[in-house]
Design a protein around this ligand. Sequence first.
Ligand code: MG
Length: 409
Amino acid sequence: MKRVAILGSTGSVGHQALNVIRAQPASFTVVGLAAGRNLALLRDQAQEFRPEALALTHAPPPAARTDGQNGSAWADLQSCSPDGARVYAGADSLRDLTLSTKPDIVVAATTGLVGLSAILAALEAGIDVALANKESLIAASDLLFAAASRSGAAILPVDSEHSAIFQCLVGEDRSRVTRVILTASGGPFRTLPAAAMAKITPEQALAHPTWQMGPKITIDSATLMNKGMEVLEAGILFGRTLDYVDVVIHPQSIVHSLVEFSDGSVKAQLGYPDMELPIQYALGYPQRLASSFRPLDLAALGQLTFEAPDPVRFPCLSLAREAGRLGGTAPAVLCAADEVVVRWFLDGRLPFTAIATVIEAVLNEHPPQAVESVEQLLAVERWALEQSEETARRMAHRSGRMPVGAETR
Ligand code: MG
């Protein structure tokens, strides 16, 4: 029986991790659940799974309640916790929950860098991390791997592509890997002409053809920024330079990724697109657990097709590689800029094509530094968030989407 804590339990990956745990009661027990703002769903999850501790990052710690601003959220959180469960709130709550529950494995499913110090603390304490939080890995890989190698904790990929590669590498000598090939669905605009890209609406971009995911990652899939970040993730997780990592578009999302070896052999992992499979593999690792899966019917699928990505219509793919080549704090800036500009696009304040333009402009403003600490990364992230807001605002004025002065709404 593994004790599991989930950071980001009310998001898409957190929700699916709880589905896996619900279906495997003999293998897993939930000891901690942490959310950002969604108190109502956290309350429901707590009542079902009865964890030892709960955390809400956007509720204030008790000392801050005197202002009366958020006291009710704190009181709600305490009243919804199962008998005896500890309750943490505020910026340090993810780390407090992780260290106090001493889980065997932490599912890191938060976004941005909000979970970074908790992930680092878990690895330092020898707790395995099932990592779904791309930004923390991309921004802080050196810190995370140094902590993991000191304690012996494992960093287990949850992303479907990286889980596929990880599964292909079982029993293999990693020095014999000559190439990693990440598959990408190509998103909803795979065949859209370049001239039509500027007219894409948020509704169109949110309709992903194969995967059910949260809104941020769905937009990142439409721009291929998600794949660009996954190229960086693959280089980090499998200890290779980005030259070893290729991307191929595979619209059916059945082949989840491939690994090429020095004898020319290529291994792939296949399955229907369903995040519960890679989540279950990471939670169960090194065991492969059974599940009630839908058998793969290749004859019914008929065809699996592949094509090269188009770097002209999808410049985010090259931007991510460029951030990876620059190294240091550049990938953290890439992630922060992307977070801001995706929100601007979803709010209808910038066109789809401005996403890459803003990110490139912000990256160009940033002289990368070697990564030394979480505090430094959080400061770089703050700078990049502000710089991206400013750049997005200027660009929105120029494109006439927003009258000058209206940005304060
Ligand atoms: Mg993925």
